[in-house]
Design a protein. Sequence first.
Length: 295
Amino acid sequence: MREERTIQKEIFLSGIGIHSGKRIDMLLKPATSGGIVFRRTDLDNLEFKVNPHIARANYSTVLIKDGYQIRTVEHLLATLYIFGIDNLIIEMNGEEVPIMDGSAAPFVQAILKAGIKLLPSKKKAIRLTKPFIINENGNYIEFYPENEFKITYTIEFDHPFIQTQSLTFPINIKNFVTEIAPARTFGFLKDVKKLRAKGLALGGSLENALVLDDNSLINGSLRYPDEFVRHKILDLIGDLALLGHPLIGHFKAFRAGHSLHLKVVNFLINSQEFWKYEDNEIIYNFLKTLNNKNL
Ligand SMILES: [Zn+2]
């Protein structure tokens, strides 16, 4: 177990939604209980309490309630997961979390600046106890027991600039801040027309995504040679964060995406024989040490 947390001070962020193309103002407010709750101020404060049952995949992770939605929650949820922020109100005047620069780095900076507040309540971890694999058309995610939260991700793109990239990281604050959070989302020029016809990627631009033509990257330079696979790790953390507990175990993803990520999340909530709640103080102390060392 570890102590629950919130933020010390309010955080204001503003930016464009990558899919909606609309400018959104977002206010993160400390909360002492109640989990992570998105509140649509443009819809009479309609609340979306973050949990796997209201999550869907549609080129991003979307929370749906009463026919309304909060789009592209994954980079923000990944950041909250890493800092162990369990309770928070997120007020928004529109339907999508701002994409910022396409990465989670702006959210990390905002939270470090606001500070983290420990709460008296405790949070149990979820420890994987048995292996399993979920396939989807030759793509898969497998998971198995291990003594820390770890992700291995492999991507294969028939594109000379990406090709095959594979990485394994223990998922902790230090690795997240330096190796994963700055990795930006990416897309292909050839898909833009198709996506926009579906009302997607309307806010995508060279400022908030790595954009590739048939042969190369058309904007700027990479932050890491394998930035693409690092971003996929960020997306998976954000989707696993829907489970609402710290995780202990290894997830191995091969050519996956939000839809497969959410299948794993749903499998886990429906299959309690594959994990158990960890409530001993060893985990609590481990996370506490990690936290003190890195913040
Ligand atoms: Zn992403």
